[in-house]
Design a binder for this molecule. Structure first.
Ligand SMILES: [Zn+2]
Ligand SMILES: [Zn+2]
Length: 274
């Protein structure tokens, strides 16, 4: 069983500052299906932006930080990392229980760090994410990283492999030749992609909708999810754009919304006609 709860689906400064969409990141759960070999439940919180702790604990049923196995940052920008120290304290019960793992690019720990050194010490295992690296083991979940994104700070995408299923996350970054191919090489069953912009000619380090379409056309996951929306994307109604892509590409495409849980296993099975 793999599920992803969206504790936030907003991106860009304005949406996050106004909390037009929340910015709590994504909460992954990996657990054996009934009848499969026994194994642990593994919970991983990715990109805990501003409000992550509040969104997690007020979810129904709650996402329980003290049961988290790992916190993972794609990069150190505030909309992805605003609550990282808060979540470290929550995962370790205020630092009293040294446990869990913390995986982030090196520049989140050093220089203009966003992870406080005192908080990092509460975590049992700290790992630097590097380009095209891994597997990093989190219980029996394997995390591999993508090619380096073009995004100003150290930024890596993620491929979570669990019992033969791969769920990938493409965080923020500028489009470039080879980006989609790097993700396609992992053959993700599910691809979650940050689509911040709609159509514009701004030279900024984010994908727009047409670039996301090109990425999905190359990667061809069984299930795709768009998230991390700016006001321009929200004005276009992301669920309408998702249906447009679905008709065009021939696989399931969702537009994430705050509080939504993607039941990845069920959607993958449905896509395969099982
Ligand atoms: Zn972002
Ligand atoms: Zn960013």
């Amino acid at each position: 069983m793999i599920s992803v709860r969206f504790l936030g689906t907003g991106g860009a400064r304005f949406v996050v500052a106004k909390q037009i969409r929340a910015s709590g990141g994504m909460w992954f759960r990996f657990s054996p299906e009934p009848g499969e070999d026994a194994g642990p439940l593994t919970q991983i919180h990715v990109d805990p932006g501003p409000g992550a702790l509040v969104r997690a604990t007020s979810a129904v049923p709650p996402c329980e930080p003290a049961e988290l196995d790992a916190l993972v940052l794609s990069h150190k920008h505030l909309d992805h990392a605003g609550d990282i120290n808060v979540m470290i304290e929550a995962m370790t019960t205020g630092g009293f229980r040294r446990r869990g793992a913390l995986l982030a690019p090196r520049d989140a720990f050093e220089g203009e760090a966003v992870i406080f050194p005192y908080a990092a010490k509460f975590v049992a295992e700290r790992r630097y994410l590097e380009e095209k690296a891994g597997p990093y083991a989190i219980n029996d979940v394997e995390l591999r990283t993508s090619v380096r994104h073009l995004h100003g700070v150290d930024t890596y995408g993620m491929h979570f492999l669990y019992r033969g299923t791969t769920v990938s996350y493409m965080p923020c970054g500028r489009f470039f030749d080879g980006l989609a191919e790097d993700y396609a090489a992992h053959h993700p069953d599910v691809l979650i992609v940050n689509v911040l912009r709609y159509r514009d000619s701004m030279k900024v380090d984010h994908l727009n909708f047409d670039e996301a379409r090109a990425v999905l056309r190359t990667v061809r996951p069984k299930v795709a999810v768009m998230t991390h929306f700016s006001t321009k994307m929200l004005e276009q109604r992301p669920e309408r754009l998702a249906r447009e892509l679905e008709d065009e590409l021939g696989f399931r495409v969702f537009a994430a919304y705050d509080g939504w849980t993607l039941d990845a296993s069920t959607e993958i099975a449905a896509a395969a006609g099982v």
